[in-house]
Ligand binder design. Structure first.
Ligand SMILES: [Zn+2]
Length: 159
């Protein structure tokens, strides 16, 4: 649909003249022009960085780092030091996820002690993997990011 510049009548896109007043229409621009969808940046559904204020991030980075360095103690320090920050709150939730998973792993290891060393070895390996993921989270905070930790993404609680 296009509009006549002279009388504002509505015309078909391929009309060469206005059917109302006869004004000649400008030729259609580039008939072979193809519709190009707007370029979308890669969206990571687990990256919540854009939801936080840049000042909030820069002011509270340090407390978020403590969460991944010191576990539950870091969570407590961060909550006391900066309980109004959304950025800290996000990382507190991620830190609690780590803590819950670690506790569960060791409870399962304790309950399955009759399998001898296997559960303990498994728990040590899982704790090691979690530590690596925490280090990754730590460095993401250095860049002011807020991403859900890789292996904890399946956990829908504390989102
Ligand atoms: Zn017209």
């Amino acid at each position: 649909m296009k509009i006549c510049p002279n009388c504002n009548a509505q015309l078909n896109d391929n009309d060469a003249f206005c059917q109302n007043c006869g004004t000649q229409m400008a030729p259609n621009q580039a008939p072979n022009q193809q519709y190009q969808p707007p370029v979308q940046p890669m969206v990571d559904p687990f990256d919540h960085t854009a939801e936080f204020d840049a000042k909030d991030i820069s002011d509270n980075k340090v407390f978020c780092m403590l969460i991944y360095l010191m576990g539950i103690i870091g969570v407590i320090i961060a909550l006391i030091a900066s309980n109004k920050s959304d950025y800290v709150a996000f990382h507190v939730r991620q830190g609690l996820k780590f803590t819950v998973v670690e506790i569960l792993v060791w409870i399962i290891a304790a309950l399955t002690f009759w399998l001898l060393f296997l559960p303990i070895i498994a728990a040590v390996i899982i704790s090691g993997i979690l530590s690596v993921v925490k280090i990754i989270c730590f460095f993401q905070i250095c860049y002011g990011q807020a991403k859900e930790p890789y292996i904890l993404r399946g956990l829908k609680f504390l989102k």
